[in-house]
Write a protein that binds this ligand. Sequence first.
Ligand code: AHG
Ligand code: MN
Ligand code: MN
Length: 360
Amino acid sequence: MPLSKRTTLTQFLIEERRRFPDASGDFNALILDVALACKAIARTVAFGELGGVLGNHAADAGGSVNVQGETQKKLDVLSNDVFIRLTEWGGHLAGMASEEMDLPYQIPGKYPRGKYLLVFDPLDGSSNIDVNVSVGSIFSVLRAPESGRDMAEADFFQPGAQQVAAGYALYGPTTMLILTVGNGVNGFTLDPNLGEFMLTHPQLKIPQDTQEFAINASNSRFWEPPVKRYVDECLAGKTGVRGKDFNMRWIASMVAEAHRILMRGGVFLYPRDSKDAAKPGRLRLLYEANPVGFIMEQAGGRASTGSQPVLGVVPTSLHQRIGLVFGSKNEVERIERYHAEPARQESGTPLFAERSLFRN
Ligand code: AHG
Ligand code: MN
Ligand code: MN
């Protein structure tokens, strides 16, 4: 398609806004600032070793550790800073929260404060950065309960269903921005010559069925029975109850897995497990599960904790972890069904055995 026929992100946002004559334009300006932050991070990531940005942050001083207890990469800290600097000044934000900051970030007094909260994972999959595998940034926009004052942690404790917008940027072979404002999901590809995101994937829809699943199988001994059952059935393939073969994928960059699923279907699981009693799941609710969950649902997929829609969970802490299953609708619903059914193994009754009357 010739460039003249393409829609830029700016044009897309303005045309969307025209459908709401009362909208102030604040929201669009915020999204464009976020998009600029993503472009800046994409450039930094692209230089890799040449830019001196690989490796651990503060490596000379023995490294730095974030509130999650994870060693920060140089690019985690840098990307966090880019997000803050490119969005704090605009007057659209009441506050921010990020994986890389223990507490909410307060908009400096020299800038006006606005009505939105920005929550983000500045670099998802950062353990992959040193090996040149795709990483990304994930963001979520909420309404601030009120403006003009410092934001408390509790101001961010809103269920994912209240998100105004969510998106991610993927720094892969091409840089893409995926965005939902609650009206479907649209995908933009960065034109490296123009430095503009162009609408390339309008109204994305996830196939309802799939033969591809993604899970970190090294955790299998810690999984709960419904997850074990689901994965066992996938592995049994054609000869098992599912009657079809499955493929498995694991990139260890959730944002890249989410993107694959958005493009061609699939299911992703990072379920609650018994690995560490202090961590009910690996991924974080506010800046990983909620934005990706919103995108999945808006594309006709589904996102769940296994036992309830993830977007219905009321957060109780800023860095709360949660079990997460998302992707093709029928597959996620099947996993939810397995969670809802009484534990089969313990029942000992042949009615619940493989290929019995009560299985499908
Ligand atoms: P982050 O880099 O923001 O800390 O997130 C990493 C997450 C997610 O991207 C990925 O799916 C998961 O951690 C990888 O987990 P494993 O190390 O268990 O593979
Ligand atoms: Mn992450
Ligand atoms: Mn991260």
